[in-house]
Design a protein around this ligand. Sequence first.
Ligand code: NI
Length: 138
Amino acid sequence: MPTVYATRKAHFNAAHRLHNPAKSDEWNREAFGKCNSPHFHGHNYHLEVTVAGAPSAERGYVVDLGDLKGVIQERVLEKVDHQNLNETVGFMDGVLPSTENFAMAIWDQLDGHVPGEAQLHRVRLYETERNFVDYYGE
Ligand code: NI
C-alpha cells in the first residue's frame, strides 16, 4: 500500500519562561539569557501535524482533515492558546518549555488520537518564523 503524508497547520499564542529550577539563578541567566526573564514572554507558535497512511478506497483520504483539525483543537489548542506554558498547561507541568520539549509533549497529546487509520508521523513546531523543531515520536 502506498503511504501518503497529510498535514494540518494550526497556530496559537502562549507565554513561557526558560528556567531550570534544579539550577542556580546565575546558571539560568547564563544559559537562557532574555528567555529566562522572570516576567515571561510570548510567542506566536505555528504547529504542523503530519499523519501517514494509505488513501482510503472509499474517499481517497489519508485522514479527514476536518476531523484532525478537531483533535488538534481539543487536545492541544484549547489547552495552550493564550496560556502560560510554565504555569497553566497541565500537560507541561514540570517540563522545561523549550520548543523541543513542547513539541514532544504535543506529540504525546496527539499520539493515539489521530482519526481513522492514519498514524501520527511528525509534529513540527515553529517558535519563531525562523526557528522550528521536528519530532517523529522517537
Ligand atoms: Ni521564548
